[in-house]
Design a protein around this ligand. Structure first.
Ligand code: UTP
Length: 404
């Protein structure tokens, strides 16, 4: 679009301030700015609503419990191994986040979780993967979603570490799509005089970004049927776990979620339950106190917290593509242009627009809650200290026999 058309396009959307510095820009900068504007999804901002979506009727979900798993272990395992041996499962690592709570400037996966030796989170997760591949004798594809901000550093880190012994042609990096950031009145921020402020579009962007990157052709080419999506921050994450795969397939579910029993009613994890009769994840801040604290026979009724380890059947994923996933407005401190200067606020000044993987579960229609032992599989590194921190994760790694 040229300047005139861009101006009228922006005026119709109340965003003409984005051309405020146009007169000061050189030819190249003008071209970049018009291109940025062309790629910006303004309709997402137009729906700026801070009202919390009203939830449907909630009821507890039944899970394949740890006891059920023990009983049917070999049956689940043999189906899972069969799928893995046939190459029908691949993994997707969500590594596009900004890890702001951890306060580490690089990609979170590069964080050194070791004490007496170097052990990055990436390496620790790759070690967990090696255990599964040793049984099946083949390497599944791993798709790694990065962001514009951390892609180069992440790719370089894998290269420098020789892909942690994994075959190079089985690891695929892709950059997550972006969404605009805006101030509290829905005005899109400029990051520089000639750049619109665009940030990763939330972890729900993993599938549409994979499709947009062109890598989905590998899924088709290799007849991959299931994707195991996992977060970068759980260092005890078991990836492409054959038992989980076998159970989800045998239970005929379109997706599966590894869940743990909540440590206490106030633990900050999303809860898998039923909403209007369909599996759905309710964020910890959305759960009414009455339900959150409800117990039966000494156990929480809404007890299954999600660990960000999901299996999705690919055939059903297309229904979750762009447009279907709602944007959430996350309040953040966002660097932006103000009166000709770039300011870096310390306090939240606007919103990042994020889609969430938890919203995909509801769209899938069916989801297996698969209970795992939190001491063995859930050690999230969210904060520098306190709960879900480097300290708690290290403690759990040591308990599981990992030398740090
Ligand atoms: P979090 O919700 O913990 O977000 O991500 P974060 O950005 O990493 O951390 P904070 O909130 O700033 O401290 C959960 C998982 O989703 C990925 C993260 O990399 C992590 O694996 N994620 C998050 C993305 O891949 N893209 C995003 O846009 C957001």
């Amino acid at each position: 679009m040229d300047y005139e058309r861009t101006l009228s396009y922006l005026e119709q959307r109340g965003q003409e301030h984005l051309l405020k510095y146009y007169g000061e820009l050189n030819e190249e900068e003008r071209r970049i700015l018009l291109e940025d504007i062309d790629h910006t999804n303004f309709s997402a901002v137009a729906n700026l609503s801070l009202e919390q979506k009203k939830r449907g009727k909630l009821s507890p979900i039944s899970a394949v419990t740890a006891e059920d798993i023990k009983r049917r272990y070999s049956q689940f395992e043999s189906v899972g191994l069969d799928f893995l041996s046939q190459g029908k499962v691949a993994a997707v690592l969500l590594a596009g986040g900004q890890g702001s709570r951890l306060g580490f400037s690089g990609p979170k996966g590069m964080y050194n979780i070791g004490i007496n030796r170097k052990l990055s989170i990436f390496e620790q997760q790759m070690n967990n993967i090696a255990e599964v591949n040793a049984i099946t004798g083949r390497h599944f594809h791993i798709f790694i979603m990065t962001s514009r901000q951390n892609n180069d550093q992440t790719v370089k880190f894998f290269e420098e570490n020789n892909y942690f012994g994994y075959p190079r042609d089985r690891i695929h990096f892709y950059i997550q799509d972006v969404a605009p950031t805006c101030d509290k009145n829905g005005k899109v921020f400029l990051d520089r005089k000639h750049r619109v402020s665009l940030a990763p579009n939330g972890n729900g962007g993993w599938y549409s970004s994979l499709v947009n990157s062109g890598l989905a052709r590998i899924l088709e080419r290799d007849n991959i049927e299931w994707l195991n999506v996992y977060s970068v921050d759980n260092v005890l994450q078991r990836i492409c776990d054959p038992i989980f795969i076998g159970a989800t397939v045998l239970k005929r579910c379109r997706c599966g979620a590894k869940v743990v029993k909540k440590a206490n009613p106030d633990e900050k994890v999303g809860v898998l339950c039923n909403e209007d009769g369909k599996p759905s994840i309710i964020e910890y801040y959305e759960m009414p106190d009455k339900l959150k604290n409800k117990t039966r026979k000494g156990e929480l009724v809404y007890r299954y917290g999600v660990t960000l380890n999901y299996l999705f059947n690919i055939h059903d994923l297309n229904g979750t593509l762009v447009g279907k996933l709602p944007y959430h407005f996350a309040e953040k401190a966002i660097p932006h242009m103000e009166d000709g200067e770039r300011v870096i606020p310390q306090e939240p000044c606007g919103y990042k627009l994020e889609t969430l993987v938890v919203d995909m579960v509801k769209l899938m229609g069916s989801c297996l809650a698969f209970e795992v032992d939190r001491e063995k599989e859930f050690a999230p590194v969210k904060n520098a200290t306190g709960p879900d921190s480097v300290d708690t994760a290290r403690e759990l790694l040591i308990k599981n026999g990992v030398q740090l």
